[in-house]
Ligand binder design. Structure first.
Ligand code: ATP
Ligand code: MG
Length: 551
C-alpha cells in the first residue's frame, strides 16, 4: 500500500486520531462502542473516494518514481532547479512521505495539496510541490466490508452479482456460479469447496456444494446445500452460523474478484468481528487463510474483541495492531506492537489467565520458605481473600539461578523471560545486604531495572533476607526466650541471632528453614508483623497488585 499513515479529525467519537504504520494486515482491537467500525467508515471514505462529510482527512503517501516524474521531468532544465535536469533533482524524493488532504466539502472528495514544507520539501520549490500536490493520487483500492451482523438467506433468483456487507447476495452469487453458463462453476465446486474444507479442518468435511430451489411463503428461492459423508445434504439455513462466516469470507475473496475481473491486490477487505460464532482453532485457521491472501497482496482491516488475533499474529512484522481506547471522553488509536502495549490490550478487554484456568499472576520467590512467609502475609494482609493457585501462584527461581531470568525481550535467547511465563509477575529478592551501605549485586540491580521498565513490582528486601522481617519478640516468644535481652537487627544473619539465644539453634535453623517458617507462620497475626521494616507498605502494595490481576 502506498498510504503509510492516515490522520483524521472530528469524526464520531474521535477528536483527532492517527492510523499509523499501515500493513497488509491491520487489526483494530478494543472494547465495544469505542470506534472500531467508525475507523472502517473513514477507510471506506478514503479508498472509495466518497464524500468525507464533516471530517478532515490527511493521508501520508510514499512518493513513487511515477509521482516524481510527473512533475520533475527528465527533459526539463532551469526554472530554479540546480541540476542538469529536473528529474535528477526530484528523484531524491522518491520514497519520501508527502501529505495529501482530502476535501471535506461534502461533494465528491478530491486531493488537495497540503502544506508540508519542512527541510525536505523546502519553501524555495513551493511551486513544484504545489504542482505535485495537484497531480498526485494514491492507489485506488476497492473496499469490501463484512459487518459483524451478517447472515446468508435463501434468495429469489436475480442477476445482481454484488454482495451487501450484511450477507445479502451471497446465495445469488453462488447460485449463479453453479447454474449459469457465463460463470465458471469450478470456482465454487472445487476452489471454494476445497478452501472451505481446509479451513473447517477436523470440524467438517463437505463433499459437495449445490444450490436448489425451495418454496418459502409462496415464493421460489435459491438455497445453498452442503453435503457431508455421514449427514447427507444439509441446507445452509439449517447449519451453524460459523460456517456462514467462513463461506462469506470465501465468496468475498474468491468469487467477487472473479466477477469484477480484479486482482486480489486491488482490494481492501474490511471484516468486522470474524470471531463471532467461531471457536478458537477455527478462528486460527481462518486467520491463516487471510495471512496467505495478504502474502498475495491483499490488504485487510479486521476489527475484533478477540485475543486469538493478537496471539495468532504475534511477532508478525506484516501485521499492525491498532488499539482503540477512550481517554478523556474521546477515542484514540494506539499503535500497539510491543509486549507491554499488548498486555494493555488484554487488560483493557478484561482478559485474564484464569479464563484458561491458569492463575492470574506469579510471585517469583527464591525458595520454599519464602513462599511460606509470603503466603501467610498475603493471607493476613488480604483478610483471607486472596488464594494461592487461583489468584496468584508462587514459583521458585532458586537463589543464584535468578541470573538466568530476564524481563527484557532482547535477552530472551539466553535467559528465561518471566513475562512469557505470565504477564502478571512480582519478583521478591533478598537484598543480602550485610549493612546499610553494602551494595546490591549487579544481577539484582538489572532485574530491578527491567521490572521498573515493565511496570512489574520488584521487592528487594529492606533487611538482609526475608527472615529479617520477623520481629525478634516473635522469635523469642515462639522459642521460649521471652525474657532474653538479645535483639535481631535488620542486617543480621538469622542463624547468628538464634545462636545468641541458644548455641546450636542456628544450625538447626539452617538444616530446616521450612519447619522454622511453618513455626513462625502457624498462629501469628498481622499485629505480629505490622511494624516490621517496610513490610506493611510492601504487603499493601503486593495485595493491591494481586487484586488488580483478579479485578
Ligand atoms: N455523531 C456522533 N458524534 C459523536 N459520537 C458519535 C457520533 N456517532 C456515533 N458516535 C459514537 O461513536 C462510537 C461509534 O462506535 P463504533 O460503532 O465505531 O464502535 P465499535 O468499536 O465498532 O463497537 P463494537 O465493538 O460494539 O462494534 C460510539 O461510541 C458512538 O456513541
Ligand atoms: Mg463495530
Amino acid at each position: 500500500m502506498d498510504i503509510k499513515n492516515i490522520v483524521f479529525e472530528n469524526y464520531k467519537c474521535f477528536k483527532h486520531a492517527e492510523i499509523s504504520n499501515l500493513q497488509p494486515i491491520n487489526i483494530i482491537i478494543g472494547k465495544n462502542n469505542i470506534g472500531k467500525s467508525s475507523i472502517l467508515d473513514i477507510l471506506e471514505m478514503i479508498y472509495s473516494k466518497r464524500p468525507t462529510r464533516q471530517t478532515n482527512i490527511i493521508v501520508d503517501k510514499e512518493l513513487s518514481e511515477m509521482d516524481i516524474r510527473r512533475v520533475f521531468r527528465q527533459d526539463m532544465r532551469g526554472g530554479g532547479i540546480p541540476t542538469i535536469n529536473h528529474y535528477e533533482f526530484g528523484k531524491k524524493f522518491i520514497g519520501k512521505t508527502f501529505k495529501i488532504k482530502i476535501k471535506n466539502d461534502g461533494k465528491l472528495s478530491s486531493n488537495e495539496f497540503y502544506e508540508h514544507f519542512d527541510e525536505i520539501f523546502s519553501e524555495q520549490y513551493r511551486n513544484y510541490w504545489k504542482r505535485l500536490g495537484a497531480e498526485i493520487y494514491y492507489e485506488r483500492k476497492l473496499p469490501k466490508r463484512i459487518l459483524a451482523e451478517r447472515n446468508i438467506f435463501p434468495e429469489i433468483e436475480n442477476e445482481k452479482m454484488d454482495v451487501d456487507s450484511n450477507g445479502n447476495g451471497i446465495t445469488t452469487i453462488i447460485s449463479n456460479y453453479l447454474n449459469k453458463n457465463e460463470y465458471d462453476e469450478d470456482l465454487v465446486r472445487h476452489t471454494l469447496l476445497n478452501k472451505l474444507n481446509e479451513i473447517m479442518g477436523d470440524d467438517a468435511n463437505f463433499t459437495e456444494i449445490v444450490t436448489q430451489q425451495i418454496k418459502r411463503n409462496e415464493l421460489t428461492k435459491w438455497e445453498i446445500f452442503l453435503r457431508e459423508e455421514d449427514k447427507g445434504r444439509i441446507a445452509l439455513s439449517e447449519s451453524g452460523s460459523g460456517l456462514k462466516t467462513i463461506l462469506m469470507v470465501l465468496v468475498y475473496t474468491i468469487l467477487i474478484p472473479d466477477v469484477e475481473r480484479k486482482k486480489i491486490s486491488d482490494y481492501i477487505f474490511m471484516f468486522e468481528e470474524l470471531e463471532n460464532n467461531l471457536h478458537p482453532s477455527l478462528q486460527r485457521r481462518l486467520l491463516k487463510y487471510i495471512e496467505d491472501l495478504s502474502a498475495q497482496g491483499a490488504t485487510f482491516f479486521l476489527t475484533t474483541h478477540s485475543n486469538i488475533m493478537l496471539d495468532t499474529f504475534q511477532n508478525n512484522e506484516l501485521v499492525n495492531i491498532l488499539h482503540v481506547q477512550k481517554i478523556d471522553k474521546t477515542s484514540i488509536i494506539v499503535n500497539s506492537s510491543d509486549n507491554l502495549q499488548r498486555n494493555n490490550i488484554l487488560d483493557d478487554l478484561g482478559l485474564k489467565a484464569s479464563d484458561l484456568l491458569q492463575s492470574n499472576g506469579i510471585i517469583w520467590v527464591e525458595g520454599p520458605s519464602d513462599r511460606i512467609y509470603i503466603n501467610k502475609w498475603i493471607q493476613l494482609w488480604s483478610n483471607n481473600a486472596l488464594k494461592e493457585g487461583k489468584d496468584y501462584q508462587c514459583v521458585f527461581y532458586g537463589g543464584r539461578l535468578i541470573s538466568n531470568i530476564t524481563l527484557d525481550k532482547k535477552s530472551e535467547d539466553e535467559l528465561v523471560n518471566l513475562i512469557n511465563v505470565n504477564r502478571n509477575s512480582i519478583v521478591i529478592i533478598d537484598s543480602d545486604k550485610k549493612s546499610s551501605h553494602s551494595p546490591i549485586n549487579s544481577t539484582k540491580r538489572r532485574i530491578k531495572e527491567e521490572c521498573d521498565k515493565n511496570n512489574t513490582m520488584c521487592w528487594i528486601t529492606k533487611g538482609r533476607e526475608i527472615e529479617n522481617y520477623i520481629p525478634d519478640t516473635l522469635i523469642k516468644k515462639l522459642k521460649g526466650f521471652e525474657r532474653s535481652k538479645k535483639t535481631f537487627s535488620q542486617f543480621q544473619n538469622m542463624e547468628d541471632f538464634l545462636d545468641l539465644l541458644q548455641k546450636g539453634l542456628g544450625k538447626k535453623f539452617l538444616r530446616d528453614k521450612i519447619s522454622f517458617s511453618r513455626e513462625i507462620t502457624t498462629s501469628t497475626e498481622i499485629n505480629d508483623f505490622i511494624n516490621s521494616l517496610d513490610l506493611n507498605t510492601r504487603m499493601k502494595q503486593l495485595v493491591k497488585i494481586i487484586s488488580s490481576w483478579n479485578n
